[in-house]
Design a protein around this ligand. Structure first.
Ligand code: GDP
Length: 656
């Protein structure tokens, strides 16, 4: 049996999917996270459950909606579980009325009943079920109530009826029925409606001329057919609501009270800034640094112990160097940042799970619109503090194509988890008294650059247009710690496995290229190595913001393309092989000044992202040319910004 799980974004679909299948999946407040097709096997049966992306309607305007339409049309679905948010029943039922037209048996899972109860919303399940002629099971994924009943109904008493109510008035309903009869396929009613709506995606593919019917209906209703359909669906929903839903006097919700401060016209942005400062202060400031230094000391001891051990058991000098200077230095230089990332991911997850991020995104809509971005762009930007790859994919929540592409272009400007090590490394050494502040300043710099670039591109390329912000705002709630911890763990673990695979591999290659010259002689001075020559070839590019031609800095930056973590690993390995105790005492890196250090951080922040993110950009842009243009634009922007910082910084340093 094939069961499709369908519902609005944030209706609790992911939560229900996990409860039904026992699969562990990520749960966040953001739409767009449920992009992949997830399947699982229903507990206590062998039915397959497919988790479809969260949607509000079945128009062809977003990727998600298209995925769901295609799925229902092309795959043989035996049952739809339509998950409905009881606190937003009218919005949820809009989708339900469209699902009726597929003539697939359906069960309604009425979720968030706990919240509805708290908010004083009373739903009479029996009346609702009768009014819709669909079985309804009240559940709460949070409190885990009703899930067993739902599973029982699906497995023991599987609904089979596909006789849905006729919703529309005549002559519309008659025309739909008549058109459906002429279609040889399943889902006749859905396709008949799409044909009459002249759906840009489906209508051209159906070989049936309904232009006369459309004209007749237009004349009758004096409105476009899509509008008539929408109106009549809402009329139907209102009737159902009046029958089944009653609410007592709505108490002043806690959320409204909190919003009066957090989303206050004047306070919202300062509070957001303070919260982000605090996040970075804790992650990159004294607390994170302290924890990282503990890990670092542990690794240093391990390195030393291992070197002694290997030498004692008679390992050759080169193998000791490969293991200690190459692999361990490269990998552990990155792993020591794990505590800082843990703090960062944890706090961002808390902000997400508490509902704050969705609500502040709504607030930002006004600001973002002015520069040609939708408020929804904040979603990828925030996910981007973890990793640009899912963030770039999350841009799919934006309907407007140009806004979406602009967001894909700008998302890598956000300091992702892998860029944090570069920032804290340089900030700690060059700005020891204000590490947290300097780290946070780069975050805000990235926001400013994003807004400026968007504004610039809007002026040059795009007309003013924006997609409305339809994400339903979740209320504030105490974050679900199980989800937060799981998600934090998941992100941190993928950082660690990256260090164990990509960084390890790159470190070995780096070590080889640093120890051999072109004649393949081993153990040459590092300045004569293959890598130093490669670096010299490119070092002129970075001269404008480093103030010197440094092959070592050049190769480190270029390796950021593999993974941004590799920048720090590479600096560490080169420093170690060049005989420096610490990176900035190495003769190869002692040229850095606070100005060039800040410029270096900025360049790495804004230049072309890592291969993973470039791949995601390519995918989202849909063609290589746009992707290459975007990379060039990012790198040129990085060069200009870093050079400006270096020049101004050097000038200021001269004054002090
Ligand atoms: P999706 O976007 O539809 O996949 O929804 P999620 O499963 O990610 O849920 C969105 C948010 O609603 C999460 O923070 C969940 O913890 C929360 N949530 C899900 N089900 C319930 C419920 O029954 N009651 C309450 N109070 N919260 C819920």
């Amino acid at each position: 049996m094939k069961i499709a799980l369908i519902g609005n974004q944030n209706s609790g679909k992911t939560s229900l999917f996990n409860l039904l299948t026992g699969n562990n999946q990520k749960v966040g407040n953001w739409p767009g996270v449920t992009l992949e097709r997830k399947t699982g096997i229903l507990r206590t049966s062998n039915a397959e459950v497919i988790d479809l992306p969260g949607i509000y309607s079945l128009s062809p305007y977003s990727h998600e909606e298209n995925i769901v339409r295609r799925f229902l049309l092309e795959e043989k679905v035996d049952l739809i579980i339509n998950i409905i948010d009881s606190t937003a029943i009218e919005r949820s039922l809009y989708l339900t009325t469209q699902l009726f037209n597929f003539n697939i048996p359906m069960v309604i899972a009425l979720n968030m009943t706990d919240l509805a109860f708290e908010q004083g919303i009373r739903i009479d399940v029996n009346k609702l079920s009768k009014a819709l002629s669909v079985p309804v099971v009240p559940i709460s994924c949070l409190k885990r109530t009703g899930i067993k009943d739902l599973i029982m109904l699906i497995t023991k008493d599987t609904p089979t009826s596909t006789n849905y109510l006729t919703i529309y008035s005549n002559p519309l309903q008659e025309t739909i029925n008549k058109t459906a009869e002429l279609l040889p396929i399943d889902a006749k009613e859905f396709l008949a409606i799409k044909l009459l709506e002249n759906d840009i995606d489906l209508a051209p593919r159906i070989d049936l001329d309904v232009s006369k019917d459309i004209k007749k209906l237009n004349d009758h209703y004096k409105l476009g057919i899509s509008e008539v359909l929408a109106n009549e669906r809402y009329n139907f929903i209102e009737k159902v609501r009046d029958i089944a839903v009653s609410s007592r006097e709505k108490p002043k919700l806690l959320t409204d009270k909190i919003d009066r401060i957090l989303l206050n016209k004047y306070l919202a942005i300062p509070i957001f800034i303070i919260i982000m400062l605090l996040v970075y202060f804790l992650a990159a400031g004294p607390v994170g640094m302290f924890l990282s230094s503990l890990v670092e000391q542990g690794f240093a001891a391990l390195n030393e112990g291992l070197a002694t051990f290997l030498t004692n058991v008679g390992a050759s000098a080169w193998s000791v160097s490969l293991v200690v200077d190459g692999i361990l230095t490269g990998v552990t230089s990155i792993l020591s940042f794990v505590p800082q990332l843990l703090i960062l991911f944890f706090m961002i997850d808390i902000l997400e799970a508490s509902g704050y991020m969705s609500r502040i995104a709504f607030f930002f809509d006004r600001v973002f619109r002015k520069v040609g971005l939708s408020g929804k762009a904040l979603i990828p930007f925030i996910i981007g503090t973890g990793c640009s790859v899912p963030a770039i994919m999350a841009s799919r929540v934006i309907e407007d194509e140009r806004e979406r592409k602009l967001t894909v272009l700008l998302t890598p400007f956000i300091p992702c988890g892998a860029k944090l090590p570069i920032i804290t490394l340089f900030a700690a050494y060059f700005f020891p008294d204000s590490m947290g502040l300097v780290s946070a300043s780069l975050y805000f710099l990235s926001i400013i650059i994003i807004l400026l670039t968007a504004l610039l591109l809007k002026r040059i390329l795009y007309k003013q247009k924006y997609s409305p912000f339809i994400q339903e705002l979740p209320t504030y709630k105490a974050p679900n710690m199980r989800y937060v911890l799981r998600d934090t763990g998941h992100k941190t673990w993928s950082f660690i496995t990256n260090a164990g695979s990509v960084i390890l591999f790159a470190s070995v290659i780096l070590w080889l290229l640093l120890n051999f010259n072109w004649k393949m002689q081993f153990g040459v001075a590092i300045e004569k190595s293959i890598l130093s020559d490669i670096g010299r070839l490119f070092s002129f590019v970075f001269y404008p913001f480093l103030g010197t031609n440094s092959w070592a800095a050049a190769v480190s930056i270029i390796q950021g393309l593999i993974a941004k973590e590799q920048v720090v690993s590479s600096l560490s390995i080169i420093a170690k092989l060049s005989g420096g105790n610490t990176i900035f005492e190495s003769p190869l890196f002692n040229f850095f000044t606070p100005a060039s250090a800040y410029a270096f951080m900025a360049f790495n922040l804004f230049s072309a992202p890592c291969f993973g993110a470039i791949g995601a950009m390519n995918h989202e842009f849909g063609n290589r040319r746009t992707m290459i243009k975007a990379l060039l634009l990012q790198t040129i922007a990085a060069l200009v910004i870093a050079t400006l910082i270096f020049q101004v910084g050097t000038f200021v340093e001269g004054l002090l």
